[in-house]
Design a protein around this ligand. Structure first.
Ligand SMILES: Cc1cc2nc3c(=O)[nH]c(=O)nc-3n(C[C@H](O)[C@H](O)[C@H](O)COP(=O)(O)OP(=O)(O)OC[C@H]3O[C@@H](n4cnc5c(N)ncnc54)[C@H](O)[C@@H]3O)c2cc1C
Length: 423
């Protein structure tokens, strides 16, 4: 395995261990994932469980799990390297990994000691893949409007409802399901509870995966819960703290995960466009000699440099225990926008050939559409940043008192301004 040259832009964020991980993931992506990509594209409703096993065998599902439970305990920069470098080769592979790492955050930070002992070792090995089910078909990203309910029957919670677009819906063995547990009129911040639900439990069912625009091989489908009984031991966090579990997982883990996915696709688009114009004959040379084309390439390169800095700067802050909610949100929102602009440029540089499935840019461009909605749409990110700028308190959650990133540092037992070590 040869050590890749990591971009100098990122030098200040990467330790030798990060660089070794970068080399490892590039190696696996090139040798074992790339050969599967064409088949995944040609079978759009197939869920690629072998990819998950392959990544599990490397221990990557345990990247943020403490070593005491068999994990890598490698932190957020390391997690970003995995997702980013996988996404360069396969957005779907990166999506499979990142979608499971969001609920792992919920389990890590809100789970009890018993839940950790029982579940984390199997999560770390990838024997149990997790999902987090919050979004609903009608209410979408409006978490306060959710209708999935759990009612206490004296011995167990009885859970009923439907969740939509659940990442790894068809691969996960363990779902974190957020449901309403309080009477109507209760504030959202106190009205919801997170539950651990096994995929094989009675009353849990899956809708057949439909063909999506992109991320073929990844599943983000519907889950239905029909009077599923959940014992008190499987409540994740306090009863009434489901909003906090969902928000924490989404902001501290989900947003940087999606940012990393965008970055990998962004890099792929730039590389494909540069290669295409360099090989496409025009006049006495190639399209790469045409000044207007070069001008476009220059803009693409500038956006990629910005996206890299945004992405790694935010997760480095997280690893250092700094307050960085705004940076995480900005990186997610802008990371998608920058990648998308570059993706459009790359498609236009391919012109008619870009519409041909034989050219990889089409897959990359389709995959890019998938990073807008999850973990907060562009509008939601901008509304949050505006609220922060105007120093408004939402009063909705734990973060009204303390930023999620700071809460993360404190839950991880890390000093707020400590060294860039991993948890
Ligand atoms: C690849 C992928 C993976 C996903 N993984 C998961 C997962 O693992 N778990 C999960 O629970 N969900 C997941 N989702 C769902 C995702 O969280 C939702 O798509 C997101 O919350 C938005 O919901 P929606 O798509 O229904 O859009 P809606 O909420 O219906 O929004 C539609 C449009 O209205 C805008 N809008 C809505 N409300 C407002 C407002 N108040 N102010 C301004 N604009 C507004 C939105 O920005 C958007 O443009 C995933 C989605 C994708 C695409």
């Amino acid at each position: 395995m040869s050590m890749p040259a990591t971009p100098v832009t990122l030098d200040r964020f990467l330790t030798p261990a990060h660089q070794a991980l970068w080399a490892d993931v590039d190696d696996v992506a090139a040798q074992e994932i790339l050969p599967r990509v064409d088949r995944m594209e040609s079978t759009p409703t197939r869920v690629e469980s072998k990819l998950a096993r392959l990544m599990a065998d490397r221990g990557w599902f345990g990247v943020t799990v403490p070593e005491a439970f068999g994990g890598m305990q490698a932190g957020h920069v390391a997690k970003t390297i995995l997702i980013h470098r996988l996404a360069r080769v396969s957005g779907a592979a990166a999506a499979i990994l990142q979608a499971s790492l969001i609920p792992v955050a919920g389990l890590l930070h809100y789970g009890t000691g018993d839940q950790h002992t029982a579940l984390l070792p199997r999560v770390a090995t990838g024997d149990v893949l997790m999902s987090i089910a919050v979004t609903e078909p009608e209410q979408g990203g409006h978490i306060g409007g959710m209708t999935t309910r759990a009612e206490w029957d004296g011995t167990a919670w009885v859970l009923t409802g439907v969740k939509a677009h659940v990442g790894n819906s068809h691969l996960a063995g363990l779902h974190v399901v957020v449901a309403r547990t309080a009477p109507a009129g209760t504030r959202t911040s106190k009205a919801l509870t997170a539950f651990l639900v096994r995929a094989k439990q009675r009353g849990v069912s899956l809708l057949r995966p439909g063909a999506k625009l992109g991320l073929r091989g990844f599943s983000f489908g519907q889950l239905s819960f029909n009077r599923v009984r959940v014992l008190p031991d499987d409540v994740l966090g306090e009863v009434g703290a489901g909003f906090d579990v969902a928000q924490f997982a989404s902001i501290v883990y989900g947003r940087p995960n999606l940012t990393a996915l965008s970055l990998g696709l962004h890099e792929a688009a730039v590389a494909l466009a540069a290669k295409y114009v360099s090989n496409r004959p025009r006049y006495h040379g190639t399209l790469a000699d045409v000044s207007v084309v070069r001008d476009r390439l220059g803009s693409m390169s500038a956006r990629l440099i910005m996206a890299r800095i945004l992405t790694y700067h935010a997760v480095d802050m997280l690893d250092r225990g700094l307050s960085c909610d705004d940076e995480l949100i900005a990186a997610k929102g802008l990371g998608h926008d920058l990648a998308f602009e570059t993706g459009t440029d790359a498609m236009e540089l391919h012109a008619a050939n870009g519409l041909d499935g034989d050219y990889a840019i089409q897959r990359v461009w389709r995959d890019m559409q998938s990073t807008y909605a999850p973990a907060g749409t562009g509008e939601v990110q901008r509304l949050r940043l505006a609220g922060s700028l105007l120093q408004e308190e939402t009063g909705e959650s734990e973060s009204a008192r303390i930023p999620w990133s700071v809460l993360h540092a404190e839950r991880a037992g890390r000093p707020r301004h400590g060294p860039p070590v991993a948890v």
